[in-house]
Ligand binder design. Structure first.
Ligand code: RP5
Length: 166
């Protein structure tokens, strides 16, 4: 009996190394919480350049809608992915050991005009926001997801205690 091919998730999370996963899983967790499917894989601009080209040039045809790309150090991955697709690319600067992620940030954010990468904050906050931003992009054409995002914001607001006393 032929087996059905599983549907392609709307979000691809790619990262330069497995060592980036503890950071990038914050994007995955944000997507999980909102019921958005994703696929996560290692695609290194430097160590697996052919995998990078294959992923980036086929991403749209494969059916992804948004790409989250995280890398640290000489973080060329998000920009290289963006150069080969017109899907929105959200770049996450992973906090590097040597320079605390400032190198990653500058490598990702300073794209030449014409090839945009939506660059988030360094580290876990950036990864979390990349997940949320990917969901917000998808929510433009998904009313149910927009509702879940609105509920998330309400819950977040309600969880902020005003008092500074115990
Ligand atoms: C980058 O180099 C990766 O994105 C990672 O942040 C950094 C270090 O990679 P590993 O040496 O831990 O594989 O390409």
């Amino acid at each position: 009996m032929p087996t059905a091919t599983p549907p392609v998730p709307p979000v691809a999370i790619v990262m330069g190394s497995r060592s980036d996963w503890p950071t990038m899983k914050k994007a995955a967790e944000a997507l999980d919480a909102l019921g958005v499917a994703y696929e996560a894989k290692v695609v290194s601009a430097h160590r697996t350049p052919q995998r990078l080209v294959e992923f980036s040039t086929t991403a749209q045809a494969v059916g992804y809608k948004v790409i989250i790309a995280g890398a640290g150090g000489a973080a060329h991955l998000p920009g290289m992915v963006a150069s080969m697709t017109i899907l929105p690319v959200l770049g996450v600067p992973v906090q590097s050991k040597a320079l605390n992620g400032l190198d990653s940030l500058l490598s990702i954010v300073q794209m030449p005009g014409g090839v945009p990468v939506a660059t988030l904050a360094i580290g876990e906050a950036g990864a979390k926001n990349a997940g949320l931003l990917a969901a917000q992009i998808l929510a433009v054409s998904d009313a149910a997801l927009a509702g879940r995002l609105a509920a998330f914001r309400t819950e977040q607001t309600d969880s902020v205690v005003e008092s500074v006393e115990d």
